[in-house]
Every structure is written in structure tokens, then in C-alpha cells.
Design a protein around this ligand. Structure first.
Ligand code: G3H
Length: 530
């Protein structure tokens, strides 16, 4: 059959490959002359399946990593740089200039989000818009933080003017499932608080950063944002080895985080802002409203094919309702629509990692040999770039799918008789991000909520797990996270309280009055940003 492009709307067709030939270091878009890595989408452009080449990115190594680190160190200049000492108002202006330029790139970024990671059109728009909103909210929050600091306190005869100051140089690494949102939820607060940064995009979702390089370059002083391309091992590891990184900000898996942390020779100096794996459970009680529960469990397990750190990755269902739950849930899974990201009403989309269907198949085979059955008719069916989500039951603790964070379309279901069973499993688990609890009886729910709140960091009542709205704290216990992110918390995670103190006497009071009147200190100031 001849290859055609008829099914892809014109606006989303790949008419020209993007060969990213520059990288951002020290305020310059430097030309890359070295080797490159092709960027290939698992989505086909033709009727006969074939992956689509989207372009290429630089395959950088240690010399470029050192250039970027040196630029960030020079821009920080031991805390004396233009950026860390700049007035808050001026830093905010730079950020406003950036976000305005970014907004103009919406369509370009959304198109690449679909091709590079297979995110559906509405979800890609949502990721972009949510990120823009996050930046505006961060600006507002920072203004408020600054207003709250524009004062003096006095205790025991000592005055204090307390602000939040930057930490230094931040190495920022984001995940492929939210290459824009999660990455920027680290990068933006890090920058605005006066830190300087080195940023490397994730393994998928890289080209979509390239339309924004010019905006980063022209909005911030040189060296504040440095952007590298390549493999983490080749660029991030040598940077960590120098011991000159003050904050490792990473959303991804703990293996990479641990490997990078270990490279840093001065562990006390290194701050960690980490969002790592999770295995969020759903717990379905016998009195749960099954229509609502099934809809929430579908969204929780299969939004973006389960490739979310907040996805529901194991479903505990009370014995009394397991038959009905499994039947209706399985039917709903099979009624979902699989297609390309731009297809109308699509729920399931191609997996961006070429090896993912085979990995999911391994989990499936392992579970089957240990006694689990695939409950839905389409479960495990293979496509060129997909494997249909299998609802697996009964799942036991010796199965890989119970232990591993599947990060893809496969749904393990465990039944329970006594609520202590899922609670004990959660207490034993290495993870502690969120839980979804489905039920109605307040006398059953109340003690459960009290226990669950101490096992995870967000108990979602009759609702699937999620990060948003971004004003709420996003964190986890145990191996799931370090530090807290939210519009409010991230500004704190990327800064430290630092202050000027002086004893109450005539000399000091006069000096401070003169200092404030002269308006020459950017730190010591009672000016309000309106
Ligand atoms: O990958 C993890 C994300 O933080 C999930 O965010 O719950 O908004 O999809 P979300």
C-alpha cells in the first residue's frame, strides 16, 4: 500500500526535520559541530507503520558540560553576580519577559509534545497552558513573599530583616512524561529565587525545548540559564563530580538520582529537590459508589497510559465487590479509544519508549506464570507502538508488577478482606506519595484517613491521585520525594532564609535609616512590589 499522510491533520504533519544545531551557554547560542543523536517518534507518518524521524540533537559530553557549569558559576559569582544580587522587581521583569515570549511558541511546543512523547492534543495544550499559568502564579507568589519580607522584626533587643536568598548553582533534570511542566516547575522557581542553572532536557521531549532557547537567551542575564543536550551520564555526571553544584533538582527515577548524588564529593553542601517513583494504590471499600470509582480508577490508572508518577499503580478492591468491579472496570478499559495524539476523543496513545511494550509484556508474562489472569478481552494486545492495558487479577506480592513501578499501561488488582492488608502493604512499601480511597461510610473512612495521612502525603477521597492544582503541596514520603513542590513551596525549596541583624542602639538605628533612605541595597529594603 502506498504511504500516505492523509490521516494526520495538515497542521501536525512533519514537513521539516528539526536539527538542533545550537545550545545555550553563557548567554550565547553556541554552534554544535560534534556528533548528534537522531530524535525518532514511535508515531508513524505513513499507513505502513514506520517510526518518524523528527530531527536530531547534539550529543554532548564533558567539555560542554564544563562550559555550562563555568557559565553558571560565573553568573552566580560567589553570590556577587548580577542575578543573585538583583532587585526582586527586576528579576520578576526578566521572568515576565520570558513567559510572554514562551506563550508565542504554544503551537510549536504542543505539536512536538504530541510527536515526541505521544501526549494527546488536549493534554498537550493542558501541559503548555498549565506551565504558563504556573509561571504567572510563581511571579505573584514571589511578589507576596517579597512583600512579607519588607519589614523588620525585633526580639530581645535585636532587630532582624529576614529574606530568602538563593542557594547557588542548580542542576535541573526533568522527566519525559511532563517534559515541559515538571521541568519548568523546577527550573522557574530556581531561577526566580536568584540561583543560576544548568538544565538538561529528558531523554524524550527534547526538541520541544528548542523553540524556547531564544526566549531563555534574551530574557535573562548571561549564564543564568544554560541548556545542554545529551545523555545524563555524559553531561550531568561530570558536573556533579566537580562538587560545585549546590542543588540537584530532579524529577525522574531514584536510580539516576542516587547515581548523581553519589558523584558529588560534598554531600552536606548538596541540597536535593527530588520527585521520584511512586506506586500509588487505590483502595476500594465495599460501600464505594462503583460508577464514580471506576471512572476515577480509569483516569488514575490510564491517563497518559499510566506514565505519570501520580498514576494509580495498584488497585485494592474489597472481596465483596471485586467481581462487579473487575467486570465493569475491564469493560471500560476495553471501550477506551487508542489512536494518535491528534485523533478526536483519543484516550490511549503510542508509547514514546520503543522498548516499553516489551517491558509491559514481561510484567504480564511474569504475573501470568504466578497465577494472575488477564480480565479484559483486549488486555495485552500488541500494536506497532502500543500494548493494550491488561487488567490483571489476582495479583500477589511475588509478582514483578506488584513490586515495580510499571509507568505504563498495565493494571494490577489485589483483593482484600481486612483493611489492614492494604495498610500493611503501604507501610512496607518503599514509596509514600499518594493514595485514592473510595467509600462513603464516615465511621469507616475517618480512622482510615487518619492512618493513611501518615503513610503518604495526599489522601484523595473518591478521587484519583494527581499533582494538581499546582498550588497544593506535591511531595512524598520514603523513596518517593525529597523537598516539597507547589507554587508556594518551590520558592522555599530553592532558597534559604538569610538575614541582617543588629542590636538596638543609636549607631545601628541611624545607619539602617540611612541605608534604607539611600536605597542602594537590594537586600535591605522595605520597598513594596505592587
Ligand atoms: O509524573 C508525575 C506528575 O507530577 C503527575 O502530575 O498528576 O498532574 O498528572 P499529574
Amino acid at each position: 500500500m502506498p504511504a500516505t499522510k492523509t490521516k494526520i491533520p495538515e497542521a501536525f504533519q512533519i514537513t521539516q526535520e528539526i536539527h538542533q544545531g545550537t545550545y545555550l551557554v553563557n548567554g550565547e547560542l553556541r554552534k554544535w559541530e560534534g556528533s548528534t543523536t537522531p530524535v525518532v517518534s514511535t508515531i508513524s507518518s505513513t499507513n505502513d507503520y514506520a517510526p518518524t524521524t523528527l530531527g536530531s540533537i547534539p550529543d554532548m559530553g564533558e567539555p560542554e558540560a564544563m562550559e555550562a557549569l563555568d557559565a553558571a558559576l560565573a553568573a552566580y559569582d560567589k553570590g556577587q553576580g548580577v542575578w543573585p544580587t538583583m532587585k526582586v522587581k527586576d528579576r520578576i521583569e526578566c521572568m515576565e519577559s520570558f513567559v510572554k515570549k514562551m506563550e508565542q511558541k504554544r503551537d510549536e511546543v504542543v505539536k512536538l509534545l504530541m510527536w515526541e512523547i505521544g501526549k494527546s492534543l488536549p493534554d498537550s495544550y493542558k501541559e503548555f497552558d498549565r506551565t504558563v499559568e504556573y509561571i504567572y502564579d510563581t511571579i505573584e507568589e514571589y511578589k507576596q513573599l517579597d512583600r512579607d519580607s519588607a519589614k523588620f522584626q525585633k526580639h530581645d533587643g535585636v532587630y532582624a530583616h529576614i529574606r530568602r536568598g538563593p542557594l547557588g548553582v542548580v542542576l535541573c533534570l526533568g522527566p519525559y512524561n511532563y517534559p515541559l511542566n515538571e521541568t519548568f516547575a523546577l527550573l522557574i522557581p530556581a531561577i526566580i529565587m536568584g540561583n543560576t542553572t544548568v538544565f538538561k532536557p529528558a531523554k524524550h521531549g527534547v526538541l520541544l525545548i528548542t523553540p524556547l532557547l531564544e526566549a531563555f537567551k534574551s530574557s535573562f542575564p548571561k549564564g543564568v540559564v544554560n541548556i545542554l543536550f545529551g545523555r545524563g551520564r555524559a553531561v550531568a555526571a561530570p558536573i556533579m563530580k566537580t562538587g560545585k553544584i549546590d542543588v540537584l533538582a530532579l524529577i525522574g527515577n531514584s536510580k539516576s538520582a542516587n547515581a548523581l548524588q553519589e558523584q558529588h564529593p560534598k554531600s552536606n553542601r548538596l541540597r536535593l529537590v527530588l520527585g521520584l517513583e511512586a506506586k500509588n494504590p487505590a483502595i476500594v471499600l465495599p460501600d464505594a459508589d462503583l460508577d464514580l470509582t471506576i471512572n476515577e480508577c480509569i483516569a488514575g490508572t490510564l491517563s497518559f497510559n499510566g506514565q505519570r508518577c501520580t498514576a494509580l499503580k495498584v488497585v485494592y478492591v474489597h472481596e465483596d465487590i471485586k467481581e462487579e468491579f473487575l467486570k465493569r472496570f475491564s469493560e471500560k478499559v476495553d471501550a477506551l479509544k487508542f489512536g494518535n495524539p491528534w485523533d478526536e476523543g483519543v484516550n490511549l496513545t503510542p508509547l514514546p519508549e520503543p522498548g516499553k511494550p516489551a517491558y509491559i509484556q514481561e510484567l504480564l508474562d511474569d504475573a501470568k506464570t504466578k497465577g494472575a489472569k488477564v480480565m479484559n478481552k483486549k488486555g495485552g494486545k500488541h500494536f506497532d507502538n502500543y500494548i493494550w492495558p491488561a487488567v490483571l487479577y489476582p495479583v500477589s506480592k511475588d509478582m514483578r508488577v506488584y513490586e515495580e513501578e510499571q509507568f505504563g499501561p498495565i493494571i494490577p488488582v489485589v483483593s482484600f478482606k481486612d483493611i489492614e492488608e492494604p495498610l500493611d502493604d503501604m507501610a512496607e512499601s518503599n514509596y509514600g506519595q499518594q493514595v485514592s480511597l473510595f467509600g462513603k461510610d464516615v465511621y469507616t473512612l475517618s480512622p482510615l484517613i487518619d492512618s493513611l495521612a501518615n503513610l503518604v502525603c495526599r489522601v484523595n477521597l473518591n478521587s484519583s491521585c494527581q499533582r494538581g492544582p499546582d498550588v497544593y503541596p506535591f511531595t512524598g514520603r520514603k523513596d518517593s520525594a525529597q523537598s516539597t513542590l507547589s507554587v508556594h513551596d518551590a520558592l522555599r525549596s530553592f532558597s534559604i532564609r538569610t538575614f541582617v541583624a543588629f542590636k538596638d542602639n543609636d549607631l545601628n538605628n541611624e545607619t539602617i535609616e540611612q541605608l534604607l533612605e539611600a536605597k542602594v541595597s537590594n537586600f535591605l529594603s522595605t520597598d513594596y512590589i505592587l
